[in-house]
Design a protein around this ligand. Sequence first.
Ligand code: SAJ
Length: 476
Amino acid sequence: MSNKLKKIIDKKDPIKKIGVIGMGYVGIPAAVLFADSDAFESVLGFQRNSPTSGYKIEMLNRGESPLKGEEPGLEELIKKVVQAKKFQCTPDFSRISELDAITLAIQTPFLSNESLEPDFGALIEGLRLAGKYLNEGTLVVLESTITPGTTNGFARQILEEESGLTAGEDFALAHAPERVMVGRLLRNIREHDRIVGGIDKVSTERAIELYSPVLTEGKIIPMTATAAETTKTAENTFRDLQIASINQLALYCEAMGINVYDVRTGVDSLKGEGITRAVLYPGAGVGGHCLTKDTYHLERGVKVSGGKLDYPDGMDSLFVLARKVNDFMPVHMYNLTVEALSRAGKKTGDSKVAILGWAFIRNSDDARNPPSEPYRNLLLRSGCNVNVHDPYVMEYPGVSISHELSGVVEGADAVAILTGHDEYSELDAGTLKRLMGMKRPVIVDGRNVIEPDEFIAEGFVYKGIGRGDKNEHHIK
Ligand code: SAJ
């Protein structure tokens, strides 16, 4: 660590002017929370005036939120800080030169699920712009989820190339991963502990100065930049692993003819310091933007680190295996559907299947990487006629989604529940059977939202993930 940066920062005043690049579901709440703090003077939200997102600039400067879905307190807070002239959205990136600190909240999706190569395009563009207008003594923080080694790697290189300055000497550089969840954005930033990792001690301390004022219950957890990147990808990798564990147990319970929910209750009963098992819930698959990619960021991090990994030769990473188990669940849903249709005397290819739920998560319109998509593709490939219902999702490329449940289930040979929307736990067996109009209707519950015996009593062929005791129930 060079004393040069420490001298530069000690000479500067405390952080007063902040910029946030990327007005999305991470950047907007972060920017308005900075603006709402008395510790800071003003915040600029940077948004490219692009055809797809340029509209956000005007909206935000009118005090309106461009984010869809319920975000408690966000719209009021945007209005408040805009009216107080503490926040302004601008496409003028040259104003970065006025700032003491700049954060980058830019998405890092994968180019394709197959390649698992992250698409760092938008992040690289943000880094170039930040570097171009960077001044000595400024703090740069990356908030996006990134492959471990990125902050100290290409992020640092780009900032140095564009600015002619040296990270850790002329400017501070850190990673402070976002931990926000849709529907709880402001609360998460205030209440979650905040991982803050600098490329050196001075950078870490300057980043702590930036984030401390916005935390209420959360506390700062300082570490190195690479440890911070690894923490973020690992916390989602571990969640994916926990879900894969209960998914695999569910498959075992089906094979053994027992009820995974009995076993889950039993395992979960073992509680206490250091012995509690984190037993999650089996389901039709794992979708979304976080768990489906963060494992692969972690795997890449180890690879690009160049370090010598001591691990059993030729063995799949446990974490990648977990991904494969979770990605098998929509296939398992398809296998259950095929089995159930044949028990009802139907050929899959001649059947009509109603998919209930397109969103990747219950009671939400978020349809990123939905498990229902691979399930639907398998049905279509076998010649099925497929209709999709979802109460929240408005549209999805190439898929027509209805909000009219009766229209979707009418005349269906099988109904498959892929998302645990509350609406589906209200399904009435008698009504559904009448709407489907089948002597031997099929229902496949991928989210454990219906009561099996009610539907079996109505004459349904029932299948449920993990329900080994009911999947082969006797048909009267
Ligand atoms: N899922 C299961 N079984 C479970 C829990 C989830 O099958 O027991 C499935 C869901 O149906 C969904 C997928 O996994 O398809 C992901 O669900 P999620 O609850 O993990 O929601 P995400 O993907 O939005 O995860 C985010 C993450 N937050 C951030 O990255 C900041 C994750 O770290 C949080 O733990 C999670 O929200 C949360 O707890 O809400």
